[in-house]
Write a protein that binds this ligand. Structure first.
Ligand code: IMP
Ligand code: MG
Length: 189
């Protein structure tokens, strides 16, 4: 799998050092508040597991998954929730965790959906953010790394569901990306 990478951006020790820093920040910010973490499946799985074990606070964990079709046949930025019932976050301090901020459609839609349930606060934490103009502006309150606008895989991130189990994050070799795709995202986050 690692041979499919054009180059490695972040190896495991680098990711873990950054997680130590973000976890410390979150632990200070939420020390007197009970946190509800909402992780976006599947991309944030590794990030969630490694980050939350570094946060020594009482917290609740819920997951949600979405199917986003933007960049595929439709260009509307439509985001469909796979759960019928949204997590109950009324009066809670919510922290949304996702793998990567790209166009912004996914996180903007998730944030809007959760806001309708009247949480006490909402913040967003992403491992990666692409440096680009977004279709929808989303502010990441906690960010692991900023990257250029390139397609990356590993550490939870996939290309057609592959590479999620790579321990590092790297740029996928261009010749492995189907040129007929407008945007090489799988249907599931
Ligand atoms: P957005 O809605 O365009 O911000 O994209 C969010 C989702 O698209 C992420 O949660 C990922 O699942 C996927 N995605 C965006 N960029 C990449 C990438 O470079 N590699 C793998 N998945 C990506
Ligand atoms: Mg994906």
């Amino acid at each position: 799998m690692q041979g499919d990478l054009e180059r490695v951006l972040f190896d495991e020790p680098t990711i873990f050092r950054r997680l130590d820093e973000i976890a410390a920040e979150i632990s200070v910010d939420y020390r007197n508040r009970e946190l509800t973490v909402i992780a976006v499946l599947n991309g944030s799985l590794m990030f969630m597991a490694d980050l939350l074990r570094r946060i020594p606070l009482p917290l609740k964990l819920d997951c949600l998954s979405v199917a986003s079709y933007h960049g595929k046949a439709q260009t509307s930025g439509e985001v469909n929730f796979n759960q019928v019932v949204a997590p109950d976050v009324k009066d809670r301090h919510v922290l949304i965790l996702d793998d990567i901020l790209d166009s912004g459609h996914t996180l903007a839609a998730i944030r809007e959906k959760l806001e309708t349930a009247q949480p006490r606060s909402i913040r967003v934490c992403v491992l990666l953010s692409k440096r680009k103009r977004r279709a929808r502006e989303v502010n990441a309150d906690y960010l692991g790394f900023e990257i250029e606008d390139e397609f990356v895989v590993g550490y939870g991130l996939d290309y057609h569901e592959r590479y999620r189990n790579l321990p590092c994050i790297g740029v996928l070799r261009k010749e492995l990306i189907n040129v007929n795709e407008v945007n090489p995202h799988g249907l599931r986050g």
